[in-house]
Ligand binder design. Structure first.
Ligand code: AMP
Length: 196
């Protein structure tokens, strides 16, 4: 498997399957899977300064302020494993984050190579998230918080797909097929090569 130099953003609502797909892509292409949700859940669990500030925001299903999340990403990009490329999962979640990401990567002369959106209707998302909440005990996978996260998604994150679509960088695929089929579809897009 060639490692290539893939710098991928995986977009999609909570429960669209970004995390599941990210695991496989990260292994196949030998690139780090960067999930801002995972990084910030760890900060909360470790009770770091950042974690203490964001716990109640995360528990409510709202978004952590852009400046804090952008700092998290900037620090993550500075780690040596990002030299090979990366996969972003759960970031950017606002147009301001997408713009900050573009300018950070411009400075590094390493623009995004692929932006893929997993499209899943709300009723299926709710079913999946309720199931995940039962299985994992994630504190934000309860019915009330799920509804709030989907509202946040439609209001603040859906415009991010438009932002990329306007500059012809977005590839949208259905996220309702089997994990294997979606994985094959993503691989086909990634194999087409950088910027294809
Ligand atoms: P996730 O695991 O990606 O669903 O993220 C869980 C929670 O972390 C979200 O509901 C937000 O509170 C917070 N979060 C994760 N990524 C971001 C981001 N890029 N911008 C703002 N908040 C975020």
């Amino acid at each position: 498997m060639t490692s290539g130099n893939i710098r991928l953003v995986l977009l999609g609502a909570p429960g669209a399957g970004k995390g599941t797909q990210s695991e496989g892509i990260s292994k196949s292409y030998n690139i780090p899977h960067i999930s801002t949700g995972d990084i910030m859940r760890k900060a909360v669990a470790d009770k770091t300064e950042l974690g203490l500030k964001i716990k109640s925001i995360m528990d409510s299903g709202a978004l952590v302020p852009d400046a804090m999340v952008i700092d998290v990403i900037r620090a993550r990009f500075a780690k040596p494993d990002c030299q090979n490329g990366f996969l972003l999962d759960g970031f950017p979640r606002t147009v301001a984050q997408a713009e900050a990401l573009d300018s950070m990567l411009k400075e590094l002369s390493t623009p995004l190579t692929h932006i893929i959106e997993l499209d899943v209707p709300d009723n299926i998302l709710i079913e999946r998230l309720l199931g995940r909440g039962k299985a994992s005990g994630r504190s934000d996978d309860t019915k009330e918080v799920i509804e709030s996260r989907l509202k946040t998604y439609h209001e603040q994150t859906a415009p991010v797909a438009n932002f990329y679509s306007k500059s012809n960088r977005l590839t949208k695929i259905s996220g309702t097929a089997s994990v294997e089929t979606i994985s094959k579809n993503i691989n086909d897009i990634l194999k087409k090569g950088v910027g294809a």
